[in-house]
Ligand binder design. Structure first.
Ligand code: GTP
Ligand code: MG
Length: 365
């Protein structure tokens, strides 16, 4: 009897551990990567890049985890992987999807993904929510909103964890895009919450930018940040179902009529305004058709490549700026001088401008 009990306990222990592992993996899909990264001997750039290029999802996840890591050894390794992958990157259409929380971005992606898959594409989905301090996007939430896509082998879903700064998030996301492309994903969808500056950041890394709106949000047009409207290539009024169909159509019309109030788009195209339902799927195919057509026109008129070159130059400048600021503020002499200068400014003994000159002068020496 006691032997039986012992065996039973060992067995159920194993079972519990297995279940726990499974649960933790669901909560943190990077768990495996981290334990892999912990083993030094497993890190080999050649191997990792080769596996990644062969479309190995585990290798892709490991590479992204390296990019996200703060560990200096991982960082150096990640830089090398990126350098190798960059030659194979770029062959995709990068699509940004923004809109207020709850407008239906993830549900829209779940629907539009089905149409994209029908055309034999491989989709990488990156979700960014820099306002979330913990995970930078609800991993569980996204996976449940994108249940069908999450099961598909041609789809890779990855939330970008929040960084210390928007610049940090931007760098990670940019590098993650390159890695996904090198792994053969030729459609990259980036979901970002339309609050703060994250949409500006995402706009600067995509080829086509979609703005999702709610029916009846036409009133916001007046107060809406001009910036978002100016960035949008396609405006989609989602939740056009049930009682809201008429309201959605009216909202789309309001936006359609307001488009001429905004400056003409640099890409030479006219913004289209559509309605769809990410619950029923109605109209989502038309949105995808529009995206595809727009990308085609941009490739034809040369803007697609020109824009990518501009974006690359922008990120070069931006990264230099971020690095300089980081280097500057981590310098001990600068930090000391800064504290003294700040006190003088707060006490009204010095102007902020003169104090800033003095602090910057330290680095010039
Ligand atoms: N009726 C209706 N409900 C929808 C539609 N699209 C999304 N929803 C619902 O709206 C809620 C929010 O949808 P999400 O797809 O999570 O929205 P989101 O914009 O990704 O939200 P965040 O990621 O939190 O910013 C969910 O309850 C969805 O079921 C739609 O077209 N019609
Ligand atoms: Mg979402």
């Amino acid at each position: 009897m006691s032997t039986f009990l012992l065996i039973f306990c060992v067995k159920s222990d194993k079972k519990i551990k297995k279940n726990l592992d499974k649960r933790f993996k669901n909560i943190n899909p990077r768990l495996d990567d981290f334990s892999r990264l912990g083993r030094k001997e497993e890190l080999d750039v050649d191997d990792l890049v080769e596996q990644l290029r062969n479309g190995d999802r585990k290798a892709l996840s490991t590479a992204i985890t390296l990019v996200e890591s703060k560990h200096p050894r991982h960082k150096a390794f990640a830089d090398e992987v990126i350098e190798r992958c960059i030659l194979f990157a770029g062959r995709s259409i990068r699509i940004g999807i923004t809109g207020t929380p709850g407008v239906g971005k993830s549900s829209f992606i779940e629907q539009v993904g089905q149409h994209i898959l029908k055309e034999d594409h491989k989709i990488a989905i990156l979700t960014i929510d820099p306002s979330s301090q913990v995970t930078g996007g609800s991993i569980l939430g996204d996976k449940t909103r994108m249940q069908e896509l999450a099961k598909n082998q041609d789809v890779y879903i990855r939330p970008t964890p929040a960084g210390d700064s928007l610049g940090g998030v931007a760098k990670k996301t940019r590098e993650t895009i390159l890695l996904c492309e090198a792994a053969g994903f030729d459609i990259v969808l980036i979901e970002t919450v339309g609050v703060g500056q994250s949409e500006t950041m995402v706009h600067a890394m995509v080829d086509v930018f979609l703005l999702l709106l709610l029916p009846g949000s036409g009133d916001e047009l007046q107060g809406m940040k001009r910036g978002i409207m100016e960035m949008a290539d396609i405006v989609v009024v989602n939740k056009a179902d049930g009682q809201r169909v008429a309201a959605a159509k009216a909202t789309a019309l309001e936006y359609q009529n307001a488009i001429h109030l905004f400056p003409a788009k640099e890409n030479g195209q006219i913004v289209s305004t559509l309605t769809c339902s990410s619950s029923t799927g109605k109209g989502v195919d038309v949105v995808w058709k529009e995206v595809r057509q727009l990308a085609g026109s941009l490739k034809k008129n040369g803007y697609f490549n020109e824009n990518r070159r501009k974006q690359a130059a922008y990120w070069l400048d931006q990264t230099i700026r971020d690095n300089l600021i980081n280097t500057f503020f981590t310098d001990t002499a600068v930090r000391e001088a800064y504290e003294i200068a700040k006190k003088a400014v707060l006490d009204g003994k010095k102007s902020p401008f003169a104090a800033a000159e003095e602090v910057v002068a330290i680095i010039k020496k």
